[in-house]
Design a protein around this ligand. Structure first.
Ligand SMILES: Nc1ncnc2c1ncn2[C@@H]1O[C@H](COP(=O)(O)OP(=O)(O)OP(=O)(O)O)[C@@H](O)[C@H]1O
Length: 262
């Protein structure tokens, strides 16, 4: 098996007294299409933010390409570029689409403005939104805003090989979208894996269709650690009670979701 791209070992994270992750282990391999599942509030976004380096764990070890990373990005650069697509698209309302997508290149590269503009337009085409660079986020639908955030995530500096994203981290990319807009985003995720040069992704999602279409390997998080992981074929044969309850959506089972919220 290939060497892991990302390895989390014994990761714990609490917010105040609320322990969210409690010794979680997670491995992502090159080429993975990993869906991180679990009931609301089980720390799926938290684990994604720890992978991205946006949040430091309280305990545990994070390895990126075999190298240990300590703390968050405030302390260290990631040895590889990771791009995150946030749940709320996270666009700057006062900037145009072009300025949003090109933001990091405008801020951090010496590329001429016209070159950045051309690169942005290329990525807007990839996400199916050609010619909208002059619009502001308020003029876009939710699905379009999401796609603009995808364009931003995959934009890289062609003069810097280290700037190519090696993993895309999607936090609820289809949340709040209608079924057709969701399908378009799911297709885009598959297409980007095929053609953007970034073949690895991890996705946090609740949406059934997104789990089924974009998750090739699945991890079920509950009570701070991974309760089950496997591929689709193994779901049918698994007798893991957490998995069975989660996949069936039953209120009966070991996941005490009512108790968890009290
Ligand atoms: N910065 C923070 N400060 C305080 N509490 C936080 C913070 N970030 C997350 N939490 C809490 O940690 C818990 C896990 O949050 P997280 O967003 O990781 O869960 P999730 O599994 O992604 O949930 P959902 O599926 O509802 O998005 C929640 O109870 C949340 O309120």
């Amino acid at each position: 098996m290939a060497e892991p791209l990302i390895e989390l070992k014994g990761i714990s994270k609490a917010f105040g007294k609320h322990v969210v992750l409690d010794g979680a282990d997670l491995t992502i391999y090159p080429g993975d299409a990993l869906a991180i599942l679990g009931p609301s509030g089980t720390g799926k976004s938290t684990i994604l933010r720890i992978i991205a380096g946006l949040l430091a764990p309280d305990k545990g070890e994070v390895y990126i390409n075999g190298k240990r990373r300590c703390g968050s990005l405030d302390n260290f650069d990631n040895p590889i570029r990771m791009s995150m697509v946030f749940q709320q698209a996270a666009l700057f309302d006062s900037l145009t689409v072009e300025e949003n997508v090109g933001f990091f290149l405008y801020q951090n590269s010496s590329l001429p403005r016209q070159r950045i503009r051309d690169l942005v337009n290329e990525k807007l085409e990839v996400v199916g939104l050609p010619g909208i660079g002059h619009l502001f986020p308020a003029e876009l639908s939710g699905g379009m805003r999401k796609r603009v955030s995808f364009a931003r995530a995959i934009l890289d500096n062609p003069d810097d090989d280290l700037d190519d994203p090696k993993i895309l981290l999607y936090d609820e990319p289809t949340a709040g979208l209608d079924p057709i807009a969701s399908t378009m985003i799911e297709d885009l995720i598959l297409e980007l894996q095929r053609s953007s040069g970034c073949e690895t992704y991890a996705i946090v999602t609740h949406q059934n269709s997104t789990i089924r279409r974009n998750g090739k390997r699945l991890v079920l998080l509950y009570q701070g650690h991974v309760q089950w992981q496997g591929i689709w074929d193994e779901i049918e044969t698994s007798d893991n009670p957490y998995l069975q309850q989660f996949m069936s959506g039953s209120v009966q089972g070991p996941m005490d979701l009512v108790g968890d919220y009290l």
